[in-house]
Design a protein around this ligand. Structure first.
Ligand code: FES
Length: 275
């Protein structure tokens, strides 16, 4: 078995291994093993590992559990598929997984991934590869409010580790654990594109199903502010997303602009007839 470079666009960054007569991503191999094991368990055969040693097999996450999109979401599925040519249904894999995750309270059981594979008419492994590659897809339970701390360099140098420590300590959980009341979990994300307002967190709110799902950024946060945000969420209060620094407007400088204060001059030759 040796590592090779994948040429499949969906798998450019997935490590792949030569195995038997072809190559497979590591994600494919792990999920294949998991499903083979699930299949043998469901046939009542002896398994070398049981659910107590394999946390991915459980009463709420196995391929025998029925999983369907709700009636409302079936309409959304149709709408999503309408964006793609009928012979490229597989291009809808990410929005369909996203919708399935919203419907399922923030995570994707294997039976939801199998349903997506059925809809877009691909082998389930093609869906598992995508779901295991993108960190926005959760393969185990998360809280109704899943708090994601950006851990990339600009946020880190501006204090993201202190932000995460404050959240974990306040909620009494480890990273990716769910609080006992099921309300909160804390994860980590890479740069979410608002480094100018670092440090920042995202709140994925699954408390109102896919209809009321929101994914909001809270920027310029401090350890004190993120705890206030948690408590406001607990009380069901609406939070203003964006910068949490009252002295900033969006991503403008604190205290107002210090440069570029006058109206910009137009270019000298805008009126070509006058040149
Ligand atoms: S580094 Fe955190 S948003 Fe870019």
């Amino acid at each position: 078995m040796r590592a090779v470079r994948s040429t499949h666009p969906a798998n450019l960054f997935l490590p792949r291994v030569v195995c038997g007569r072809g190559t497979k991503s590591v994600a494919s191999l792990l999920l294949s093993l998991e499903l083979v094991e699930n299949a043998s368990s469901s046939r009542g055969q002896a398994s070398s590992r049981d659910s107590s040693s394999n946390p991915s097999i459980s009463s709420d996450n196995n391929p025998d559990l029925p999983w369907k999109f709700s009636d409302t979401n079936k309409e959304k599925v149709k709408e999503i598929l309408s964006h793609y040519p009928s012979n490229y249904k597989q291009s809808a894999v990410i929005p369909l997984l996203d919708l399935a995750q919203q419907q399922h309270g923030g995570w994707l059981p294997v039976s939801a991934m199998n349903e997506v594979a059925k809809i877009i008419e691909v082998a389930p492994i093609r869906v598992y590869e995508v779901a295991t590659f993108y960190s926005m897809f959760n393969r185990s339970k998360v809280g109704k409010y899943h708090l994601l701390v950006c851990g990339t360099t600009p946020c880190m140098v501006r204090g993201s580790r202190e932000i995460e420590d404050a959240l974990l300590k306040h909620l009494g959980v480890k990273r990716n654990e769910v609080t006992k009341d099921g309300l909160f979990s804390v994860g980590e994300m890479e740069c979410m594109g608002c480094c100018v307002n670092a440090p920042m967190i995202t709140v994925a709110d699954y408390s109102n199903g896919s209809e009321g799902y929101t994914y909001n950024y809270y920027e310029d946060v401090t350890p004190k502010r993120v705890i206030e945000i948690v408590e406001m969420l607990r009380r069901g209060e609406k939070l203003p997303p964006g910068t949490q620094n009252p002295k900033r407007i969006k991503s403008g400088p604190e205290g107002g602009n210090t440069t570029l204060l006058s109206e910009p001059k137009p270019p000298p030759c805008r009126d070509l007839d006058a040149c």
